[in-house]
Write a protein that binds this ligand. Sequence first.
Ligand code: PAF
Length: 279
Amino acid sequence: MTEVLDSRGIDAWRAAERGTVALVPTMGALHDGHRRLIARAHEMADAVAVSIFVNPLQFGPGEDFERYPRDLEADRAICRADGVDAIFAPELHEMYPREPEVTVSAGRMGAVFEGAARPGHFDGVLTVVAKLFQRVQPDVAVFGQKDVQQLALVERLVADLDLGVRIESVPIVRDDDGLALSSRNRYLSTTEREIALLLPRALDAARAEPTAQQAQDAARRTLTDAEHRHPEFSLDYATLVERATFTECPPDFRGEAVLVLAARVGATRLIDNATLAFV
Ligand code: PAF
């Protein structure tokens, strides 16, 4: 039986849990990408908790906090089917009984790429992740590689603040057409979804290139062509970065790097990425 627990409930559940615990932090609207995280969590620990909380701190003014999809019953059915032991679904006032005065700063790494487009976003993410870790006290937490900057920052959070939680990650899950799964894909119209496929196509174009410079150029070419052809498409960035620091790779870079992409399709902001190796 998968119980939906508030803060007191999760405290009691955690205190009674004798084995190792894995946490899958989510904002709900669970899809197959989350289910992979849950499956990995089961491999990593004796018990699995999923947190469901749409965190206002990580949404900027004018972003989709109000209309972010919320369906606790559907999420609960998925968690139940996937053998989740506890769902931590706190109310807003439990997480933030008052406006927090002290929050986590994501630093330079949190101010570039997604952080530049969404000022304060990663401060909000790291603040809520720290609070969730404090509450659930997991041994391991599982995140998706689709939000690769978030993942890198959570790793730094744990390292820099000595949080003692192992961070595990799971590769991007894609639909049959190649689009990376995201709770926000449901905002896309049929036409917008077709256009959104240019993101995985740009990653494919980059994969075919032998050098860092050529790979980045190929992705940018695909996406700037798209901007000319589709007025509803606008590219934010397509850049090769070093995974641990999110600094841009030099043109002659050798080794493993992440090509990060972000674009707006209609009103929806989409991100994608691929890890590429250059010898
Ligand atoms: O990736 C998400 O769903 C959110 O950013 C997270 C990690 C649950 C924090 O609210």
